[in-house]
Design a protein around this ligand. Structure first.
Ligand code: URA
Length: 280
C-alpha cells in the first residue's frame, strides 16, 4: 500500500477518508442521484450535416439523417447504407447514434440505452460492466445500490459523482443481468472507445471482472489484476472490485481503498510530471 504522501493524500485527509468510507460500510452520506446529463438536441442537425459532408454520403442518406436528427434521433446504421466513422463523432452525435443503435439483439429488450454520465473533461473515468434493471429504467449508469456505493468510493478520493465520467462496457442491459456476450461487446466497443478518446481521463478505473477483461483483453482473475497499473493506449488503468461485489463482500473494501489510492497516485504523478515539464 503506498503512503498517503505518495498518493497526494495527507494523513489528516487519509484518516477522514478512511472514516468516510467506513471501510466496513463505505457509508458517507446519502448523495442525491444526478439526473442523466441531457445533451442538447440543439446542434445535432448541424453535427449531422457536417458528419454527412465529411463522409461524403449520398443526398438520399443525408436527407434521412437530417430528418432523423430533427426528430432527435440518428437512424440506425442498418436503416441507411452508410458507415459512420464513430471515431469522428462529437458528444451529441455519439449519444444520438447510441440511442438508436440496433447493432446487437440487446436493443430488442432494452427500455433505455445507458450512454454514460458525468464531466466530459473528467480526470477519472469509471468503466463498469453493463446496465442493470435500475439503469435500464432510468437511462443512467450506476443508479442502484452499487451506484450508491460507487458514489461513496469516489467521494472517499475527493470526487463527487458529477466530477468523474461513468460509462459501461455495454450501453444496453443484458436480459436477467447475464454476462455480456463477445458479439455484444464488440458491437458496442467503438462507442466506449470514442467516449474515452473525448474525455481523455488521467486514469480509468475499471470496476469488476467484466470491465477489466474486456478493456484489457485478458482473462486474468481480477484478484491478480487489482493493485497494478495497466495501460489502455496512453491512458493508465487501475482495476478494482465491482461495488456490487463489495456490497456482498465488505471485507474486500480495504483492497478497493488501496486501488483507489493507486489511481490517485497515478493522477498526482502525472500532474507533477506536467508541472516539472512546464517549469523546466
Ligand atoms: N453495474 C454496472 O457495471 N454498471 C451499471 O451501470 C450498473 C451496475
Amino acid at each position: 500500500m503506498s503512503s498517503p504522501k505518495s498518493s497526494g493524500i495527507n494523513n489528516e485527509q487519509n484518516a477522514q477518508y478512511l472514516q468516510a468510507m467506513g471501510i466496513q460500510s463505505w457509508a458517507l452520506r446519502a448523495q442525491p442521484l444526478t439526473n442523466v446529463v441531457e445533451e442538447a438536441v440543439e446542434g445535432v442537425v448541424e453535427d449531422t450535416v457536417s458528419l454527412v459532408t465529411e463522409n461524403a454520403v449520398s443526398a438520399e442518406v443525408a436527407e434521412v439523417m437530417v430528418d432523423a436528427a430533427e426528430h432527435g434521433v440518428t437512424p440506425a446504421t442498418s436503416d441507411v447504407d452508410v458507415t459512420v466513422d464513430v471515431s469522428q463523432l462529437d458528444w451529441p452525435a455519439l449519444q444520438s447514434m447510441v440511442s438508436s443503435c440496433t447493432a446487437c439483439a440487446l436493443h430488442e429488450s432494452r427500455t433505455n440505452t445507458v450512454f454514460g454520465v458525468g464531466d466530459h473533461q473528467a480526470q477519472v473515468m469509471v468503466i463498469g460492466e453493463a446496465p442493470g434493471a435500475d439503469e435500464d429504467q432510468q437511462g443512467e449508469p450506476f443508479v442502484g445500490p452499487a451506484g450508491q456505493l460507487l458514489n461513496n468510493m469516489l467521494l472517499a478520493i475527493g470526487y463527487k459523482r458529477e466530477q468523474v465520467y461513468i460509462a459501461n462496457i455495454l450501453k444496453c442491459r443484458p436480459p436477467g443481468n447475464r454476462d455480456p456476450q463477445p458479439e455484444e461487446v464488440s458491437q458496442c466497443e467503438s462507442y466506449l472507445q470514442r467516449q474515452i478518446a473525448m474525455v481523455k481521463p488521467k486514469v480509468i478505473l475499471a470496476v469488476g471482472r467484466i470491465a477489466a477483461h474486456n478493456l484489457m483483453k485478458v482473462e486474468t482473475p481480477i484478484g491478480k489484476m487489482r493493485g497494478k497499473q495497466y495501460q489502455y493506449g496512453d491512458t493508465p488503468v487501475v482495476v478494482t472490485y465491482h461495488p456490487a461485489y463489495l456490497l456482498r463482500k465488505p471485507s474486500e473494501k480495504a483492497k478497493s481503498w488501496d486501488d483507489l489510492r493507486l489511481a490517485m497516485s497515478i493522477i498526482h504523478a502525472a500532474d507533477e510530471s506536467k508541472t516539472n515539464k512546464d517549469t523546466s
